[in-house]
Ligand binder design. Structure first.
Ligand code: FMN
Length: 378
């Protein structure tokens, strides 16, 4: 592959110029300190991701409300005091020649604390979350819009709403987890209301010219969960609102550990067909495909075959931050792949430890472990 590949052709999102088709999709790495602030570890990580040559970095999910954090080590956008740190982060990414977006989220029943909010009291592990009142729903809609305002004030090029991974927005969309009979449940239209109210409030807060992207769950990957037939109407409603892009994914924490998901998830480009389905259901909205797009040849094919406009890399870029340069022929070494049978990054995060990759060479792993205090100086 070389520079003339479609992968290195420019693209435009809502007036922003992307220098190529490769985007870092959000990946929570647990590097923030306990109060959700940006620190040197976060800055260095995103400097490296942005310096990889991708055209755009979407920073991992940041919590819009104290009740919405999926981990104590999640970034936060729920108070103005986080803006200076976030501004440094946006600057660090942009200085490397990449556009900077940040994803905003509420984890709902997947939040890490004991008392959790959700559309319905759907048991999650041992915890039964509290059914949200109308006032609480409006508070969280407001929290999303305030979070988006802070992202803009911090100097990011755009904001992404997290409508994936089974977090709060999906909990409202899915009839499995939303058993309400009021105006937020019962019918497809009612279950979409929260997602659209969040989107409208975010767009209103940041203004017409500011790009608002959306992480879009095409399929819950559960037999009784949402499938594209049910999610396509939301894609169309978001397009009507002029969403900047749809970054397509599938699966939730209820499916991620099922044997059939784990089997699929090991194959190259495992979510590209979902991106294609969503792309075909909208007329002009750019679509990002992600999911073990390991080889540049696969990435090129996904674009050439019209499955998506942009390629999203998460673990693939974490395993080899030289991926874009190697794909372009600027670095003449083979790409170090994300090992399909390994889940070290996820396992460490599950234990409250910062993510690292088993594919990094020993020296890099040791340096990282020393930096986070898990290994003694030799
Ligand atoms: C450790 C980890 C953390 C993730 N964090 C996020 C996140 O914060 N927001 C999000 O939308 N997706 C998140 N994802 C999903 C990724 O964006 C991506 O869709 C998925 O990992 C597939 O791409 P990949 O094979 O290149 O990793 C995460 C995935 C992993 C493995």
């Amino acid at each position: 592959m070389n520079e003339s590949s479609v992968l290195f052709s420019p693209f435009e999102i809502r007036g922003l110029s992307l220098k190529n088709r490769i985007v870092m999709v959000p990946m929570f790495v647990g590097y923030a300190d306990g109060d959700g602030a940006v620190n040197e570890l976060v800055l260095d990580h995103y400097r490296e991701m942005a310096g990889s040559g991708v055209s755009m970095v979407v920073v991992e999910n940041a919590s819009v409300d104290p009740s919405g954090a999926g981990s104590p080590f999640i970034l936060r956008v729920d108070e103005d005091r986080y803006i200076p740190g976030l501004a440094e982060l946006a600057g660090a990414i942009r200085d490397q020649g990449s556009l900077a977006f940040l994803q905003i989220n509420h984890a709902g029943r997947y939040a890490y604390m004991q008392e959790r909010l959700a559309p319905s009291p759907f048991k999650t592990g041992k915890i039964v979350p509290k059914e949200m009142s109308h006032d609480e729903i409006q508070e969280i809609v407001l929290a999303f819009s305030e979070g988006a305002r802070r992202v803009k004030e911090a100097g990011f090029d755009g904001v992404e709403i997290h409508g994936g991974t089974g977090y709060l927005i999906v909990q409202f969309l899915s009839p499995r987890t939303n058993q309400r009979l009021d105006l937020y449940g019962g019918t497809d239209e009612n279950r979409m209301r929260f997602a659209l109210q969040v989107t409208d409030a975010v767009m209103e807060a940041v203004g017409d010219d500011y790009p608002v992207g959306y992480r879009f769950l095409a399929d819950e990957w559960l037999p009784d969960g949402l499938h594209p037939e049910e999610t396509i109407p939301l894609a169309r409603a978001l397009e009507e609102r002029d969403i900047a892009y749809l970054s397509v994914m599938a699966g939730t924490y209820d499916s991620f550990f099922l044997p059939e998901y784990l089997k699929e998830e090991r194959s190259e480009g495992y979510m590209a067909h979902f991106a294609e389905t969503i792309k075909k259901s909208v007329s002009k909205t750019p679509v990002i495909a992600a999911g073990r797009i390991q080889s540049p040849a696969t990435a090129e094919k996904v674009i050439q075959q019209g499955q998506a406009d942009l390629i999203g890399l998460a673990r693939v870029l974490f395993a080899d931050p030289l991926w874009p340069k190697k794909a372009k022929g600027q670095v003449a070494e083979p790409i170090v792949p994300c090992e399909p049978t390994c889940s070290l990054c996820m396992k460490r995060l599950g234990k409250g430890k910062p993510a690292l990759c088993s594919q990094w060479d020993k020296e890099r792993q040791d340096t990282f472990l020393r930096r986070i205090g898990e290994k003694e100086e030799e």
